[in-house]
Design a protein around this ligand. Structure first.
Ligand SMILES: Cc1ncc(COP(=O)(O)O)c(C=O)c1O
Length: 393
């Protein structure tokens, strides 16, 4: 049977990271590929206590039933308090939608705003999955140049004028893949441009709580007085990615449209997961948990950078992020990291080729390394293996 798939399936491939996940079931594999929290950073005991309490409470019957699409009301309320940590104030629960992970917030934004052929601007490089999602809506992503401190606002303005984007997708705090943290002045400028040209910013804030250095910088959403910013955050990296919970904060009119789309997609985010997240936030476990996990991540990042210095070729330069889960590195031009990718997998080490994160640039000499998921011993051994492979260029 020859299947007559939709036009949007033409040329759509699995995103590179999801492809690599196939290899990760090999217990020998050292994975610097996905953005997975460390096993030690998953709050198993807290979640186990919260589950036990939840199942003993009468409210469990409500949790095990169908719920409302906009989200479990206690979690919407505790999420309003949660986003105050990022300076977002003056909102109520009608400005929030509980989403099935931050990823769904990106998908729903696309569903609500995009027609086939619409243009979107992203920082080049950007979060890989957003490029994949945009393809499923047959939209066009254009990359904006990136400087040492984030997106280049001159290039952004030029491209807003040229492409008239429906929205600008940004990860301003510890961006994936580069870990850059935009200064406040840049955040203000970006918002000013969005207001001036009447476009929307989709601010993806998956990592601001994973800060182990540098200064706190408030979110773009916290500066927004006009409703131009859709703010997406997630409980994946600070509680657990497997519970698939996040929150989207936006103008009430946008949230209402997103609810209509989410109804069609998954009715609602797992109520059990939402109740656990709510228990986690209300029980004030977050600060203690962050206190435990941030030193782990900070130490793993330093360990990986030391191993890079020791084992990688001298032309390999890499970032030193103050937060997030990734180190982004580049070789001198002329090295195509994808040429070494299969050899690395055969040697049981996985990384992600930088090219997969670019919307426009044909940049082949970069790669992304995750430092959170491996043991200290695996970091040392895995980087040594990569060093040996790249030294043979
Ligand atoms: C920038 C960014 N946005 C969104 C996500 C999606 O996360 P989740 O759907 O697990 O919340 C990720 C995950 O790695 C990410 O790095």
């Amino acid at each position: 049977m020859e299947f007559d798939f939709s036009d949007r399936m033409k040329g759509l491939k699995a995103n590179a990271i999801r492809e690599i996940f196939k290899y990760l079931s090999d217990p020998q594999m050292i994975s610097f590929a996905g953005g997975m929290p460390n096993k030690e950073a998953l709050p198993v005991e807290i979640l186990s206590e919260l589950s036990e309490k939840l199942f003993k409470d009468k409210s469990i019957y409500g949790v095990l039933q169908y719920g409302s699409t906009e989200g479990y009301m206690p979690l919407r309320q505790s999420s309003v308090d949660f986003v105050k940590r990022m300076g977002i104030d003056g909102i109520d629960t009608d400005n929030t939608l509980i989403i099935t992970g931050g990823q769904q917030g990106i998908d729903l934004t696309c569903k609500v705003f995009l027609n086939k052929g619409d243009c979107i601007l992203v920082e080049d490089p950007t979060y890989i999955a957003v490029l994949h999602i945009l393809k499923t809506y047959e939209a066009k992503a254009y990359g904006v140049k990136s400087n040492h401190d984030g997106i280049d606002t001159d290039d952004l303005e030029a491209k807003i004028k040229k492409y008239k984007p429906k929205f600008i997708y940004l990860v301003p705090t510890f961006g994936n893949p580069t870990g850059k943290n935009y200064p406040l002045s840049k955040r203000k400028k970006i918002l000013e441009l969005a207001v001036k040209y009447g476009t929307i910013i989709l601010e993806d804030d998956s990592y601001s709580h994973l800060r182990f250095g540098g200064e706190y910088v408030q979110s773009i959403k916290s500066l927004d007085t006009t409703g131009n910013v859709i703010y997406n955050t997630s409980y994946s990296k600070i509680i657990s990615p497997g519970i698939r919970c996040g929150v989207c904060v936006a103008d009430k009119e946008i949230i209402a449209k997103m609810i209509l789309c989410k109804q069609a997609t998954d009715v609602h985010t797992s109520a059990l997961s939402q109740a656990l997240c709510d228990g986690f936030l209300r029980g004030n476990y977050l600060d203690g948990h962050l206190k435990k996990i941030l030193p782990i991540y900070s130490s793993k990042k330093s360990l990986m950078r030391e191993a890079i210095k020791k084992y990688m070729p001298t032309d390999f330069e890499c970032t030193n992020p103050d937060g997030g889960l990734f180190i982004f590195g580049s070789f001198k031009e002329g090295t195509d990291t994808s040429d070494y990718f299969v050899r690395a997998l055969q040697s049981k080490v996985a990384y992600v080729n930088g090219i997969d994160f670019y919307a426009s640039g044909d940049v082949r000499n970069t790669l992304r390394l995750n430092f959170s998921n491996s043991t200290d011993e695996q970091i040392e051994r895995g980087i040594k293996i990569l060093g040996d492979i790249f030294k043979e260029r």
